[in-house]
Design a protein around this ligand. Structure first.
Ligand SMILES: Cc1cc2nc3c(=O)[nH]c(=O)nc-3n(C[C@H](O)[C@H](O)[C@H](O)COP(=O)(O)OP(=O)(O)OC[C@H]3O[C@@H](n4cnc5c(N)ncnc54)[C@H](O)[C@@H]3O)c2cc1C
Length: 247
């Protein structure tokens, strides 16, 4: 088992072995079963020039260690539950928390919004960030513009946390060579894609009448595994023996 790797390339060699390139390694297999759901999730990025420069220092899309925000001035961007929850979580730890949202209303739970209004978090609405400013290593301030107006203001901050949600995409898998329909991979009743030896199960696999549920994926897994075994070794029976028949 390998963890923390994203598969982005699949190739079949002349000897029939599949090569899977991930973000860290190259893996080899006689058959492949894809269970990638709706694809890899990525945070929606701040689409501002130079924002990516600070991703390794003080512009964050995730909170890894709450303590790193202690006594800092933190600006949080976003209007959903994550943004509001992080603002409330960091409020007692940080020196100052700003919450920036482009609309006057938040799409978070009513109770959380009530707590937010009672808190010391400074709510900056309706504002959007238009530039990040800093030196080569650290972002030191962010410029905000009032939505649909011209007035701007600059906030001096130590950390900038972006909570714009996540997007998922099967991305590079669309180029792996099998038939794709939208964000799903077309499979037959063996859960096999249009590339023999490559199977797709769970939300990523699609066929007429497909229902995306946990139980569906659970049922498709043994279909793919047993057919993959028969693909690798044609002498293997697709229908396995029942455990009740073993004794
Ligand atoms: C809000 C919501 C509520 C739901 N409620 C229910 C419910 O009540 N009952 C029910 O039965 N179903 C429910 N579902 C559907 C259910 O969650 C899915 O059918 C099920 O999780 C699909 O499982 P999966 O393993 O195919 O995909 P996922 O659970 O999405 O897992 C896919 C995994 O693959 C990883 N991955 C993606 N791309 C790559 C890559 N390139 N390389 C490596 N890893 C990758 C992802 O990070 C993820 O960990 C719900 C779905 C949603 C969105």
């Amino acid at each position: 088992m390998v963890f923390g790797e994203e598969a982005f390339e699949l190739e079949k060699n002349a000897d029939g072995i599949f090569e899977i390139q991930t973000t860290k390694n190259r893996h080899y297999s006689k058959a492949v079963i894809i269970s990638a759901g709706n694809g890899a999730f990525r945070p929606r990025k701040l689409e501002i020039e130079h924002a990516d420069k600070y991703e390794n220092t003080n512009l964050h899309y995730f909170v890894n260690n709450i303590e790193s925000f202690r006594d800092k001035t933190v600006a949080i961007c976003g209007g959903g539950d994550s943004a509001v929850d992080w603002a409330l979580t960091l409020e007692p730890i940080a020196k100052k928390v700003y919450l920036i949202h482009r609309r006057p209303q938040f799409r978070a739970q009513e109770h959380s919004v009530h707590l937010l209004q009672e808190s010391s978090v400074e709510i900056m609405t309706p504002f959007v960030p238009i530039s990040v400013n800093g030196n080569d290593a650290f972002l030191t301030s962010v410029t905000l513009q009032e939505a649909r107006k011209d007035n701007t203001l600059e906030l001096d901050i130590d950390d900038f946390l972006i909570n714009y949600g996540f997007s998922s995409s099967i991305g590079s898998m669309k180029k792996w060579g099998f038939e794709v329909q939208g964000n799903a991979v077309v499979v037959n009743s063996k859960m096999e894609t249009t590339i023999p030896g490559v199977y797709a199960i769970g939300d990523i696999g699609t066929y007429s009448g497909k229902v995306k549920l946990i139980a569906t994926g659970f049922g498709e897994a043994p279909i793919a595994v047993n057919n993959a075994m028969a693909y690798i070794n044609p002498d293997t029976r697709v229908q396995p023996m029942h455990s009740t028949s073993l004794f």
